[in-house]
Write a protein that binds this ligand. Structure first.
Ligand SMILES: [Zn+2]
Ligand SMILES: [Zn+2]
Length: 250
């Protein structure tokens, strides 16, 4: 069985390279889910002609807008335009349940009184605890990023495949465990030579290469300096619309 991963949005917080904010769509035989859902995710999915009504679960790594700011647009469109009928589960770090309605009321004042015709289940996930979310096994790990965003890295098991993602984070002692033997390890990589705090930069990855045992690695969330250097690195670099199919090993 194939698990299809589509980078609908592979950009950073500021649209560098004209890219959409983070939205990684995963289609497995029995479930469709998004890993992060940044501000422009509804636009990104529509550009790829992927109906967001297909999404059963949204997993959020942290509360920055370029990773969760598109949820309110999805919910508004699901109520008003896309006429969603099926339930949706949104699981994120501690504080997600309180944060999402606040964001929605800021972006769409007065929308809080609207009652969707579908169930919306929002879950705050504890770190270092496996959660069963609609058949996905999701474990989050503490990340080093803006503290107020409750940042996490994430490891997801779906249909016998493992997808690991750093979220936005500087290198942490947990990242080798997040990525261990994963079928796909998605690492943010903000800068190529310069090192900035609270983010993974290319030197962090090369220095820790022998600790990373994933079968395939893709870099994302690249800023302008990293985008300019991507031809010079050996790792695969994501782009908006990139598709990766994780096949069963023969
Ligand atoms: Zn970000
Ligand atoms: Zn962030």
């Amino acid at each position: 069985m194939t698990v299809k991963v589509t980078f609908a949005g592979s950009g950073d917080a500021f649209g560098s390279g004209g890219r959409h904010s983070t939205c990684i769509l995963v289609e497995a035989p029995d479930i469709c889910f998004a890993i992060d859902f940044g501000t422009s995710s509804v636009i990104a999915l529509k550009a790829l002609e992927i109906p967001h009504n297909n999404i059963d679960v949204i997993l959020l790594t942290h509360l920055h807008g370029d990773h969760c700011g598109g949820v309110s647009s999805l919910l508004m469109d699901a109520m008003l335009g896309a006429k969603r009928q099926t339930p949706i589960t949104i699981a994120g770090p501690r504080g997600t349940k309180a944060h999402l309605p606040t964001v929605q009321e800021v972006l769409f004042p007065g929308s809080g009184g609207m009652k969707p015709k579908f169930a919306v289940d929002v879950i705050d996930m504890d770190v270092l605890t496996p959660h069963d979310i609609e058949g996905l096994r999701v474990t989050t790990y503490p990340a080093i990023h803006t503290e107020a965003t409750n940042p996490t890295s994430m490891r997801i098991e779906v249909d016998g495949k493992t997808i690991a993602y750093t979220g936005d984070s500087a290198w942490t002692e947990h990242i080798p465990n997040v990525a261990r033997d994963a079928d796909l390890f998605i690492s943010e990589c903000y800068f190529h030579e310069k090192r900035v705090p609270f983010h993974m930069n290319y030197p962090d990855l090369t220095e820790h290469a022998d600790e990373l045992t994933a079968k395939r690695t893709v870099l994302t969330h690249m800023g302008p300096e990293m985008l300019a250097a991507q031809e010079r690195v050996k790792e695969e670099c994501a782009f908006d619309g990139m598709v990766i199919e994780l096949e069963d090993q023969a």
